[in-house]
Design a protein around this ligand. Sequence first.
Ligand code: ZN
Length: 182
Amino acid sequence: MTEKQDEIREKYLEMYEKAGIYLTEEEKSRVSFWGYHCDNDDIGSGGVNYFNTSRCTVWELVMLPWQTIPQHRHPPVGSYPGKEETFRCRYGSVHLFVEGERTGEIKGRIPRGREEFFTVFHEIVLQQGQQYTLEPNTLHWFQGGENGCVVSEFSTVAMNGYDIYTDPLITRCREGSGEQQY
Ligand code: ZN
């Protein structure tokens, strides 16, 4: 882990504490920063996986202010309609962008230099205690608000290898890193 990643990890652990979320030492050891662009800390997040069975999975995600999970969708695979995700904000706020009518003035920030790969702008801002369920195979991206966020993600089974990212650079980075994601 680089010094920078270590720094981000420390901040993530503080945020879990602020959120009042207890993690075991073993779980804490699995918290790290996952970048999608090796050189851009704004595109990435952290999290810890509680369990991942053949039917469902739960993540406790964490993002610093304006850190972004880039636009993607979870397509059908065979008879499986694709991953359905429910996000519940535990701390701070999260800006979720989904398909649908474009929000007039969005409050989230489109990552610089990658604007062309963000195309859905129906914005839903979740505050602590609010949640949203996303249909499978719909484009989405999300971002930590001004104080960052801790967000629980409850979903059907993840088939990460099939996820489709709008930004081709991310697909390449993921292939290189082997990171498994939401
Ligand atoms: Zn997703």
